[in-house]
Design a protein around this ligand. Structure first.
Ligand SMILES: [Zn+2]
Length: 237
């Protein structure tokens, strides 16, 4: 099975990162968002292999407020979100925000989930490392949920994701990544709902999974919509 077929089997439709950014920008244009009147905000993993996507979004939108944490979790909260929103252009009293949220996963040429190579390092590496570590604890039945100050983000990640996993169930890395995607989207939406003023602001939420293939990065889109003049418009990507 070729890599394209593997991606289709695991995710269905997918895009290269460049096509994803072009397409989402074009779709957002139809709803009145552009680089001059909107701020883009991004939540991806801290991993350096996620960064090309931030660069593409920044190039397209002119800037990108970084909401990222390990695994792309949304821990910036109301404070982080409010800061991003207060940095938006304000044109005629209207502000516009575009939120990109994408956890990530590596897949190698043989379809092995979580496996990648890194420049300058021998052997194989993993992505997302934070989710791999959590999945390993789950599968070994040795979950460390201590809340010491030395590993705050990973501890928060485990506590948050556990709320979405049925007790006793051990998801594999692919399932765990898709759970994470839903959690990040839900958490951004929850925080947004508490602070956004839809009478004065239009916004969009684009959520999916960033996929690191053997040669290139790709994006699977799980959900995309815009809220314009208080009306939610679903967007097919
Ligand atoms: Zn990661």
């Amino acid at each position: 099975m070729g890599f394209d077929e593997i991606l289709i089997k695991l995710f269905g439709k997918y895009y290269t990162e460049a096509d994803f950014v072009e397409k989402t920008y074009a779709e957002m244009n139809k709803f009145g968002f552009d680089a001059n009147n909107a701020i883009a905000c991004v939540s991806v993993c801290r991993d350096e292999i996620t960064q090309p996507l931030i660069a593409l979004i920044r190039n397209k939108w002119g800037e990108a407020f970084n909401l990222s944490s390990l695994a792309g979790m949304f821990f910036a909260g109301q404070t982080g979100l409010a800061a991003a929103m207060h940095h938006s252009p304000n044109i005629g009293g209207k502000e516009r925000y575009v939120f990109y949220s994408l956890p990530h996963i590596a897949i190698d040429a043989d379809g092995r989930i979580g496996v990648c190579k890194r420049i300058g390092r021998q052997g194989e590496s993993t992505a997302c490392g934070a989710l791999v570590a959590f999945q390993k604890e789950l599968s070994e039945g040795k979950l460390n949920l201590s809340m010491d100050d030395i590993d705050i983000e990973q501890n928060l990640l485990k506590r948050r994701l556990l709320r979405e996993i049925p007790y006793g169930h051990v998801p594999d890395l692919l399932e765990l990544t898709k759970i994470t995607q839903k959690v990040v989207q839900k958490d951004i939406e929850y925080a947004l709902n508490t602070i956004v003023d839809r009478r004065k602001s239009d916004y969009a939420v684009i959520s999916g999974v960033q996929i690191h293939g053997p040669e290139h990065n790709y994006v699977w889109v799980a959900s995309c919509y815009a809220v314009v003049n208080e009306v939610m418009e679903k967007i097919e990507i």
